[in-house]
Design a protein around this ligand. Structure first.
Ligand SMILES: Nc1ncnc2c1ncn2[C@@H]1O[C@H](COP(=O)(O)OP(=O)(O)OP(=O)(O)O)[C@@H](O)[C@H]1O
Length: 331
């Protein structure tokens, strides 16, 4: 497994620099001892199961939540001293009643300083295929999302944090958007962190991928040194070349059997090497989580048994409170 940082000692080169981040919403820990470093100009996929902590991490990087630990974006504290040029695109924007009201897209564009960046505005309008005459209460979810992208990307950004916002885009728009974003990172050295559950068309897009499991980064790969991905591609190429090799076809009947066997193999496995890898990671995460939950259930049952047998007194909320006070006092 790769290390979690880019092994770059030069901090000036880093867009994101997080050291031992812990975070909770007042209950159980959500992010635990999280470390992450990302070089400027990277396009990093953030992958993990539902509830792993992707959105929480992105909102902290966007400076939307206060934390005590070291979270630096472009060398500055993400909350207290946020750098300009950080753009966060999340799904909640589209639920805002104002955005769903009877408002003209052209009005939104001019309110967002569209005239200040006419070239960017026109390019984005073309790529996202939006019509300034649309009224926001009369558009589809995907069209509304396209407007969000145009508004969000208008002002040149240095770090773009995307939280599952590409889900409702059609394939064509999504591919054109990804190409546009790639160009932005290559020409302006801008950086992207993209949390997603959709991996089609992402094969050659990211420069890095990071896997978050129950609030901790458990792996970080540079796509140029990503052996699991290379292995998956090689496996698929081997199957293809085996099938293409005439010497492997014994007779027509065997050939037909082989062909139908391979077609079902292709259907199952040839989607996207990246999708297969992430699927494997998340299956392992889930298995581990189930084992943990089973252990916790067993422990709770044993404690309950002890109480029933009178070997222990039941735990009250005062016990929890005094434990919390002790933890605070010792930190
Ligand atoms: N406002 C909140 N209050 C309490 N707990 C929260 C809150 N928001 C999120 N959580 C919890 O924090 C954990 C991480 O949630 P988060 O939204 O960061 O996950 P995620 O990886 O983005 O998941 P998904 O893929 O489903 O979007 C979850 O267990 C969730 O229940």
């Amino acid at each position: 497994m790769s290390s979690v940082n880019n092994n770059e000692p030069n901090c000036n080169n880093l867009a994101i620099d997080v050291h031992g981040l812990n975070f909770s919403f007042g209950g159980p820990p959500i992010l635990t001892n999280l470390h992450l470093q990302l070089k400027k100009g990277s396009r990093c996929l953030l992958v993990g199961a539902n509830g792993a902590g992707k959105s929480t991490l992105l909102t902290i990087l966007a400076g939307k939540r206060m934390v005590r630990d070291k979270v630096y974006v472009f060398g500055k504290d993400a909350f207290k001293d946020a750098s300009s040029g950080i753009t966060y695109l999340g799904t909640e924007w589209a639920n805002n009643p104002v955005i769903r009201g009877d408002v003209l897209v052209a009005t939104l564009l001019s309110n967002m300083n569209g005239d200040k960046y006419p070239e960017r505005r026109d390019e984005l309008i073309e790529i996202m295929d939006i019509n300034p005459k649309w009224r926001m209460h009369q558009v589809s979810d995907g069209q509304r999302r396209r407007v969000q992208f145009v508004l969000g990307l208008l002002e040149p950004w240095d770090l773009l944090l995307m939280d599952e916002v590409t889900v409702d885009l059609d394939v064509l728009i999504r591919m054109d958007l990804l190409n546009y974003l790639k160009k932005e990172t290559e020409t302006r050295g801008a950086t992207i962190m993209h949390a997603t559950h959709i991996f089609d068309g992402l094969g050659d897009w990211p420069t890095h991928i990071t896997h978050i499991k129950r609030g901790t980064i458990v792996s970080f790969y540079d796509f140029n040194h990503f052996p699991e991905h290379d292995k998956m591609i090689h496996q698929q190429l081997q199957v293809r070349s085996y099938y293409n090799n005439k010497e492997n076809k014994i007779d027509d009947e065997t050939d037909q059997q082989l062909s139908s066997h391979l077609i079902s193999y292709f259907r199952k496995n040839m989607n996207s090497p990246l999708l297969k890898i992430v699927e494997q990671w998340l299956r392992e995460d889930l298995q581990e989580l189930r084992l943990l939950q089973a252990k916790e259930r067993k422990k709770a049952e044993q404690e309950q048994d002890k109480i029933l047998l009178g070997e222990e007194t039941p735990r009250t909320k005062w016990d929890d409170l005094s434990e919390n006070v002790n933890v605070h006092e010792s930190t």
